[in-house]
Design a protein around this ligand. Structure first.
Ligand code: PNS
Length: 162
């Protein structure tokens, strides 16, 4: 069975990678949907987020990475994904994800399966990674090495432009 793991991945973290790997182990095949969240201002462009996710997941069998530029339910139908898998860290994730799950069930008859985030990366978020890195903190242990390098370089570039 193929499932979709959607997100904005700005940037992809080891928490994301863990959920994607566990989804692959459970269901066999995963298509990662890299999207735009209209409620967020992204640090990396859509192409950069897609390239980073593809580079990080290149060696993970059964996982592909595609851009989503429309409704998630249409993406699922187009890529033969039979369900959506999302990681849940804390209650606020659930409040938001439950609404999305209901809408995706209504709009496209697509079920959502929630996986609890593992204890190691259970509270890691891309937002937190960007914030800590922006203040000069080290987030290397929460990110794939090439993502950490890209994040440090992007923040340095943005700061030099200020
Ligand atoms: O990491 P995020 O911010 O939770 O990811 C958001 C994303 C891109 C997965 C979400 O905005 C999404 O599913 N976009 C597709 C548009 C859509 O279907 N929206 C309605 C879902 S109820």
């Amino acid at each position: 069975m193929k499932v979709a793991c959607p997100g904005s991945f700005d940037p992809i973290t080891l928490g994301h990678v863990e959920i994607i790997r566990r989804a692959r182990d459970l269901f066999g095949e995963v298509v990662v949907a890299v999207g735009r969240n209209s409620g967020k201002q992204h640090l990396f462009s859509a192409e950069e987020r897609l390239d980073l996710a593809r580079a990080v997941l290149a060696d993970v069998e059964g996982v592909s990475v595609e851009f989503i530029d429309g409704l998630l339910v249409d993406f699922c139908h187009a890529h033969d994904a039979e369900a959506i898998v999302k990681g849940l860290r804390f209650a606020s994730d659930f409040d938001y994800e439950l609404q999305m799950a209901h809408m995706n069930q209504h709009a496209g008859d697509i079920e959502t399966i929630f996986l609890p985030a593992g204890p190691t990366f259970g509270t890691v978020s891309s937002t937190m990674m960007r914030q800590i890195a922006w203040f000069g903190g080290d987030v290397a242990k929460f990110l794939p090495p090439l993502v950490n390098e890209a994040l440090v370089a992007r923040i340095a570039r943005n700061n030099s432009n200020d």
